[in-house]
Design a protein around this ligand. Structure first.
Ligand code: GLP
Length: 262
């Protein structure tokens, strides 16, 4: 199995620009009909750069939708028990950071439903929706400080599917920055499973920033273990990692590493 392709750019903004170009190339090649979108702060520069790229490249009028209004998108996860209208629900975040700026068709942008009395049923429906769409061509992924992908916390099974999970205490503390108090951070979420994520045809991992120092070495050079969910990405045959020098620090010399100025 070939390892990940690793692209290092000087900082988060330039990581974002390199990621946007990667997505645009796949789209132009006809290889991107279904995009998996991550929340968290890591992919935000990518969404901004992609919005600029696609706006600048537009030459036809399509009413309110842009040229990529036929792209289908699936979010990775959503909090359980937070109204969808809450500004920090992933419904709101995806609408604000992705659907609007990229001028996607809101009808084609899917986020798991956590604002329901039956989140288990909603999770199963979401898994089915992804399958019915023909799977995900490219999944964008961040990595949490404890190695989580989506909201698959340490201990998640490698073959897990979309389901309801309890959030780890350190995840709730990390995400408290988006809420008024720690108590306001939901305790559960619906997340695509690790098995669901591994089914995507391609993965684009975006990791940068001081808080992520050495994270990639743990993910890609350490043992594959449920204790650090991102390590399972070593098992996927088509992974591109876009990162900065801090997060890439300590990566083993055998990796294919490219540098870009963004
Ligand atoms: C969040 C999201 C993940 C994200 C991760 C890292 O809790 N559920 O999908 O990848 O944590 O976030 P950040 O990019 O802000 O470090």
């Amino acid at each position: 199995m070939t390892g990940p392709r690793i692209v290092i750019a000087p900082d988060g903004e330039q990581v974002g620009r390199a990621g946007a170009r990667h997505i645009d190339r796949l789209r132009a090649a006809g290889a991107l009909r279904t995009l998996g979108v991550a929340t968290g702060s890591s992919p935000l520069p990518l969404y901004r750069a992609l919005a600029t790229l696609w706006r600048d490249g537009e030459h036809r009028e399509h009413g309110d939708l842009g040229e990529h209004g036929d792209l289908t998108a699936f979010a990775l996860d959503e909090y359980v028990g937070l109204p969808s209208s809450h500004p920090e629900s992933y419904h709101s975040v995806v609408a604000r950071e992705v659907t609007g700026p990229l001028r996607l068709d809101p009808e084609r942008v899917h986020v798991p439903c956590g604002d329901t009395d039956a989140p288990d049923r909603a999770a199963a429906r979401y898994e089915e929706l992804i399958r019915a769409a023909g799977g995900i061509d490219l999944q964008i992924l961040g990595i949490g400080g404890n190695g989580h992908i989506g909201f698959n916390e340490p201990g998640s099974a490698p073959d897990s599917r979309t389901r309801v999970v309890d959030l780890a205490d350190d995840t709730r503390r990390a995400n408290a920055r988006f809420f008024e108090t720690l108590d306001d951070v939901p305790r559960r979420a619906v997340t695509q499973g690790i098995g669901t994520i591994l089914d995507a045809r391609r993965l684009l991992v975006i990791v940068h920033g001081a808080g992520k120092a050495g994270l990639l070495a743990t993910a890609f050079d350490g043992p594959v273990t449920a204790g650090f969910p991102a390590s399972i990405l070593q098992r996927h045959p088509d992974v591109t990692v876009m990162t900065d020098p801090v997060a890439a620090d300590g990566l083993a010399a055998h990796h294919t590493i490219e540098e870009t100025s963004g």
